[in-house]
Design a binder for this molecule. Structure first.
Ligand code: DGL
Length: 279
């Protein structure tokens, strides 16, 4: 698929998008693993959440965002949102001539590699679970694995309220995860952008015998491998004040910056609001 694409500039930025702030967990992994890369991040803060919307709507939103990101001549696009990866990836891939990567395939691949008993749990938004995309990709790799999906819609607001270490989050997590523990999963995919931020709570509740798979981390690894293979890794170390990371949102730029600074240690000064419906 990638072979017929025209070769982008290797020092062009990487476009990353999400329904809002959650995709910063993916952006932060890219920053850690590829310190030379520039990033243009778009968070659709006006239209979040995607997790309770239809495939048609999510695909339309994702197409608009891709058009917006392409105005920056990005060399690749990372669909950091699990819900958008689940619902829009197939359509996006068909119409794009630069490499594009979502978070579901990398997460699915690693889960298949690490499971020992072939029982994998997936926690995600309602839409991601309903799409069955994790199941589809996992089954393509190993049809003997059993996947148990569980929608956990309260985790996103809990994380956005900053309740990362809180008895309320513990209690909700226990309720969501008990059925997965009872069916003896040995691997749990954190299939939503926000869940790596409550990883320690989730790990404590499922116990140390269950391996947690973080698609944000695995996607950054796979992105690095893909860019290397396509000769697209940036080779200019960005200088001071070079605007290496630029953030755009569709609403509430200040709130976005506050959240971003609570999880990313690069001193994000600003985010610019754009009218994404124009794209
Ligand atoms: N970013 C979404 C995801 O990873 C979670 C938030 C939302 O529902 O939009 O599925």
């Amino acid at each position: 698929m990638e072979m017929n694409r025209k070769q982008p500039d290797k020092n062009a930025p990487i476009g990353v998008f999400d329904s809002g702030v959650g995709g910063l967990t993916v952006a932060r992994e890219i920053m850690r693993q590829m310190p030379n890369e520039k990033i243009i991040y778009f968070g659709d803060t006006a239209r979040v959440p995607y997790g309770s919307k239809s495939q048609e709507t999510i695909t339309r939103y994702s197409e608009q965002i891709v058009r917006f990101l392409r105005t920056f001549q990005v060399k690749t696009i990372v669909v950091a949102c699990n819900t958008a990866s689940a619902y829009a990836m197939d359509t996006l891939e068909k119409h794009i001539d630069i490499p594009i990567i979502g978070v579901i395939r990398p997460g699915a691949r690693v889960a298949v590699e690490v499971t020992r008993n072939g029982r994998i749990g997936v926690i995600a938004t309602e839409a991601t679970i309903a799409s069955q995309m994790y199941t589809k990709y996992i089954k393509e790799l190993n049809k003997d694995v059993t996947i148990y999906g569980k929608a956990c819609p309260l985790f996103v607001p809990l994380v956005e309220e900053g309740l990362l270490q809180d008895p309320v989050t513990d209690e909700i997590a226990r309720r969501y995860l008990t059925e997965l523990i009872d069916i003896d999963i040995d691997t749990l995919i954190l299939g939503c952008t926000h869940y790596p931020l409550i990883r320690s709570t989730l790990g404590r509740i499922v116990g140390e015998k269950v391996r947690l798979v973080n698609p944000a981390y695995e996607t950054a690894l796979e992105l690095k491998e893909m860019l290397g293979r396509l000769d697209l890794l940036g080779d200019e170390p960005p200088g001071l004040g070079s605007n290496q990371y630029r953030f755009y949102v569709s609403d509430m730029a200040e709130k976005f910056v506050r959240f971003a600074n609570s999880i990313i240690k690069y001193g994000i000064l600003s985010a610019k609001a754009v009218n994404i419906e124009d794209y």
